[in-house]
Design a protein around this ligand. Sequence first.
Ligand SMILES: *Cc1c(COP(=O)(O)O)cnc(C)c1O
Length: 431
Amino acid sequence: MSEPMDMSVVQLPAVQAAEAKLLLQTYERNPILFVGGEGVHLIDEQGNRYLDLLSGIGVNALGYAHPAIEEAIAQQSKKLLHISNLFFHTGQAELAARLTEMTGMDRAFFTNSGTEAWEAALKLARLYAGTRRSKGARIGTKFLALDHSFHGRTMGSVATTEKEKYRAPFMPVMPGVDFVPFNDVAALRAAFSDEYCAICVEAVQGEGGIRPVSQEFLDAARELTRSTGALLIVDEIQSGLGRTGKWCAYQHYGVQPDITTLAKPLAGGLPLGAMLCTEEVASTMQPGLHGTTFGGGPLACAVAIAVIDTLKREAMLAHIQDVGGYFRAQLARLAAQHSDIVTGARGLGLMLALELRSADTAKSVAAAMLQRHILINRTSETVLRFLPPYILGKPHVDLAVTALDEILHQHAPAETGAVPRATHGGTQIGR
Ligand SMILES: *Cc1c(COP(=O)(O)O)cnc(C)c1O
């Protein structure tokens, strides 16, 4: 056993050394030790403030130290943290009432994470198809998913995740999953048949690089699944709960799925996921067929209710549309001005991306932003991803865009004659 760390004087190198020795090495962490946060800012152990344009990975929708969340945790912690799913507490029904209204679904099942919500969706699709088969319907057990998809890391979720890197080392994963090229309607029509029990779609692919599905593709997926009685499952774990300026990103398309999944921002930073479905699909579930020890616990539910009520009270969807539209226009301007290294800007609401021509440049730009104490991340090699807290304001956007502009200038190829600007400009976040 190692010596316990003295947390009162703990410094980053000590934590790095201890983790290097003690933890499964699953993450390439940035060398920063965060100890607190306030609003849209994070604070490291030396008291430096960082503008957070990532909010966990799309989790901390209300930012840090939000009074509504602090209050919900304080109140609920005095009552009940956990009760098994063998008994009632008030939180699940109260939260389900809100979520079914927001999503247009009928019933909810609560989990502790995104991947568990997705597993519940896959299992329910199999169960529903099996029930229909037992009544004589021709419907198979396979899933049709999309290239660049990401649905989580457990064996079923990773089986529907296209990226080889996540799936190949763990083969065999759940069999019976095929992939079609993203937004390729002809390929979708050619691939689909009654062998499939569901088509799996992220309305806006997150890990895949902030790629919104096309209207034609989602319409075709809805029409094809209806034609055989298969299900349309839309993963809103990253894009849902207001992130894109609507409660669910599929609402931008006017397409209603049979099952959807939520998680990341649901409980404002506490782990909580939800699978929501129609009455028709839910009717095939029986007590004992699925469950979880922790999922939908009183604390997580109380905080999720506080998060949702705050989003509604503060008209946050309109704010997200407003600030998100402004941010996106600024990114589009940067893309046009730096077309030598940037290929484009895209996204919906506060789920935004700037795509660069090279993965190395993207990595270097994200690192330079971090040096200026602005958190973004790189996904899908060349894509800079922005998933800020919903409470972001336009002045924060201006600050980030000015920093990006300067950094992109510094990364411009020399032959374009771009003049590098000073690194230590006025964009450092105040200390
Ligand atoms: C993050 C994510 C998941 C997995 O969620 P976890 O909580 O990490 O298990 C699934 N689907 C999408 C679209 C995601 O962004």
